[in-house]
Design a protein around this ligand. Structure first.
Ligand code: XIL
Length: 356
């Protein structure tokens, strides 16, 4: 209530005195702060999350206050990946990931763990270790038991396995596949389940939101796991999309539905909307409007699906986004601008949450 009056008085001052935008810059989080994504999401029983970049997390208080104000689910963007958590064979480094988990606890947020296994983020000691199959299985089991055990009770869901199949359904080349063989997948899920029986276990991948080859490959892949009795609870759909590369909403909804029929949840795990390379011409304003429409459209599909209970954005301010490491070009793919002000995308999410 107090926040409401402060915001109201500030808003009145701005309109009455014509205070310039520059002097109101400190007004986040999030700008007038009358509502937030997390309060509305909570009312709807959905988790709204973001990936967290360790650099601003460590040094920029405004980043953290917006993070805690807007989101009730936190995902370390890189800090739980294999190479960062396990830099030497006998060394685990939990420092940064622990700080994020502590932050989440202090701010009443849940945490998704990302990711136990990937063909990337393989440390040098592992890739150059010439380990035998038995040794690599021991290493993997030790890693999963140690990491999942360390966070037992603190992590709501683990992306156990990330991006393991191609569009044809073949298991991608990786040190795990090469040395252990495809059994590494079932083993990883079983070990994760043993280490924390309460954590929800996910297979996470990209490009499988729309109908098509990759979506079918993913469907058959997880169906096979269920048939083999592997403890998997859900699928993470990353949803890195672009202005002219976003799934047809009906196809996306159908995909969620057929995964629900298998008894699986679907978390949207890494959404962003790149605006570069698109056929949408015109001003930045026009691109932001279309970007907002796509955030809203995809979020609406998730909110309407009973098995889509978490919606995670891959960052929240354009000031820190992964576009350069993805495409080599800067972009503005997120929901707040570089000064943490709401973009149309933010308002689109808020609108979905405000409607019944
Ligand atoms: C990305 C991070 O955002 C970058 O900071 C890092 O350099 C590389 O990894 N799919 C995933 C994420 O599952 O882990 C990736 O994160 C983005 C694509």
């Amino acid at each position: 209530m107090k926040r409401f009056f402060v915001a109201l008085i500030l808003a009145m001052l701005v309109s009455a005195c014509g205070i310039s935008e520059a002097t109101t810059r400190q007004m986040t989080p999030t700008e007038l702060g009358l509502s937030s994504l997390r309060t509305l999401a909570q009312n709807r029983g959905i988790s709204i999350g973001t990936a967290v970049d360790v650099k601003p997390f460590r040094k920029e208080p405004l980043y953290n206050s917006v993070l805690a104000h807007e989101f009730n689910l936190l995902v370390p963007e890189n800090q739980m990946k294999f190479a960062l958590l396990h830099p030497e064979r006998d060394t685990y480094d939990f420092k940064d990931a622990d700080a994020m988990v502590a932050f989440a606890k202090a701010n009443d947020m849940q945490v998704r763990g990302h990711t136990l296994l990937w063909h990337l983020s393989v440390p040098r000691w592992l890739s150059e270790g010439n380990f035998t199959r038995d040794e690599l299985m021991d290493i993997l089991r030790d890693h999963i038991y140690t990491v999942v055990g360390h966070y037992r009770g603190s992590i709501i869901a683990w992306d156990v396995l990330n991006e393991a199949i191609d569009a044809n359904g073949y298991i991608k080349d990786s040190i795990w596949q090469r040395v252990i063989g495809p059994e590494y997948i079932d083993l990883a899920f079983r070990w994760a389940h043993e280490a924390d029986p309460q954590a929800r276990l996910f297979y996470n991948d990209y490009g499988a939101e729309r109908r098509g080859q990759k979506a079918d490959a993913l469907y058959n892949f997880v169906k096979g796991m269920l048939e083999r009795g592997v403890p998997i609870n859900g699928v993470g759909l990353q949803m890195h999309v672009g202005l002219t590369a976003s799934p047809d909403p009906q196809e996306f909804a159908d995909n969620l539905k057929r995964l629900a029929a298998l008894g699986l949840d679907v978390d949207i795990t890494e959404m962003d909307v790149l605006i570069q390379n698109s056929k949408v011409k015109g001003s930045l304003e026009k691109k932001f409007a279309e970007q907002g429409r796509l955030y809203g459209e995809n979020f609406q599909v998730c909110v309407s699906a009973p098995n889509c209970k978490a919606f995670v954005i891959w960052g929240f301010t354009d000031k820190y986004n992964w576009a350069v490491s993805f495409t080599g070009r800067p972009d503005k793919p997120l929901i707040l601008d570089e000064s943490y002000r709401p973009k149309p995308a933010y308002n689109a999410l808020l609108k979905v949450l405000s409607e019944k």
